[in-house]
Design a protein. Structure first.
Length: 353
């Protein structure tokens, strides 16, 4: 600490006494993120954090929104599984009764070390989450847990439940949206204090009243999740038919020649790197999310690989040939392409200069 900083510390002494969290930014302030959770896919890590070796920011709220079957639950389960392998304990708040043991195992989770919490209303979900995070802070267990809410879109307000039980047909009148916003406001600070990541899944829909279609879709539950999440990813999908270049062992015979889906991820909000970054990933029905999928396109975009017609070369003139001939060359990816691409991304995916 410099002499000038020491002088300032005397001035801030009363404030620091009132608020122990008040620090200079260089002294590991609560707002500083230093760790990330791997998503299992390098291009997704890149657009979330600016690094292929980053991912979801730890201690922050990150949302994955999209239509049905767009990979939201699979991706969040994959993040939980990789965090579990690092020694963290996943806690899943399930609102759709759709999280089961087999799905968790398929994503790599050990169900014996996953805390499962079924919830129905916004209010009960908020109260249980806050109570849990308070317990994490009180027990000094910061950084040891990771939470997922699947999904925000299926949480009802207590008023909805009460009206149904009484046979009323009155509309909700915004109670649910206000409750979700209250929950997100409360969680933002608590999650940072507990250094506990909160993931959420949400539904998207097209606005029929919009004059022009927009790239960013509306989410269930109002603007609370949009305003208060640190990172928000919008997912879409395209079904992929098997062709002669694909390995038949990676396709289910009864799947009518569909081997998987291509997922498009668009960061509609990001507080760490510029938003509106887009990447495509391949999710195979048998083998799961491909760690290297989407890297070829990203490497071409940043000049790490050059495309000449249907073949590829490195900037030094080394011929790679057709993509199918080197797509599975792990040594080429890990030792040549990825280090160069990572260096490029460190410069390209950051705010300012």
């Amino acid at each position: 600490m410099s002499a000038e900083t020491k002088d300032l510390s005397k001035i801030f002494a009363k404030l620091d006494k009132l608020n122990p969290e008040a620090k200079f930014l260089s002294d590991s302030a609560l707002s500083t993120v230093t760790e990330y959770h791997d998503t299992g896919c390098m291009v997704l890590n890149s657009i979330l954090s600016g690094s292929m070796f980053g991912g979801v920011p730890k201690g922050r709220i990150t949302g994955f929104a999209g239509p049905s079957q767009a990979g939201k639950t699979y991706i969040t389960n994959k993040i939980l599984a990789l965090a579990q392998k690092e020694g963290m304990v996943p806690v899943i708040f399930d609102t759709e009764m759709a999280v089961d043991e087999n799905a968790c195992i398929a994503a790599g989770l050990d169900p014996d070390l996953v805390k499962y919490v079924p919830v129905q209303t916004v209010e009960s979900c908020r109260n249980q989450l806050v109570a849990f995070l308070d317990s994490v802070i009180e027990q000094k267990a910061q950084g040891k847990f990771i939470i997922c809410i699947d999904s925000l879109g299926n949480l009802a307000s207590q008023k909805e439940i009460d009206d149904v039980e009484k046979g009323k047909t009155a509309m909700d009148m915004g109670t649910r949206a206000k409750g979700l916003k209250s929950m997100m406001r409360t969680l933002t600070f608590k999650a940072a204090q507990a250094n506990t990541t909160v993931l959420f899944v949400n539904h998207t829909y097209d606005d029929p009243a919009a004059m022009f279609p927009t790239l960013v879709k509306s989410q269930s539950g109002g603007k609370g999740p949009v305003y208060l999440a640190s990172v928000l990813v919008q997912l879409a999908k395209r079904d992929e038919k098997n062709d002669k270049t694909n390995d038949s062992d990676e396709m289910i015979p009864e799947a009518n020649k569909y081997s998987g889906v291509t997922l498009r991820a668009l960061t509609v909000k990001n507080r760490f790197v510029p938003p509106f970054l887009e990447a495509e990933m391949y999710l195979n029905f048998k083998t799961g999310l491909d760690k290297y999928s989407g890297l070829k396109e990203m490497a071409v975009n940043h000049g790490v690989i050059q495309q000449t017609g249907s073949t590829y070369v490195l900037p030094d003139g080394t011929k790679l040939g057709y993509y199918k001939n080197w797509s599975s060359d792990i040594e080429l990816w890990d030792n040549t392409i990825i280090p160069q691409l990572e260096e490029k991304l460190q410069q390209a995916f950051r705010y300012g200069s």
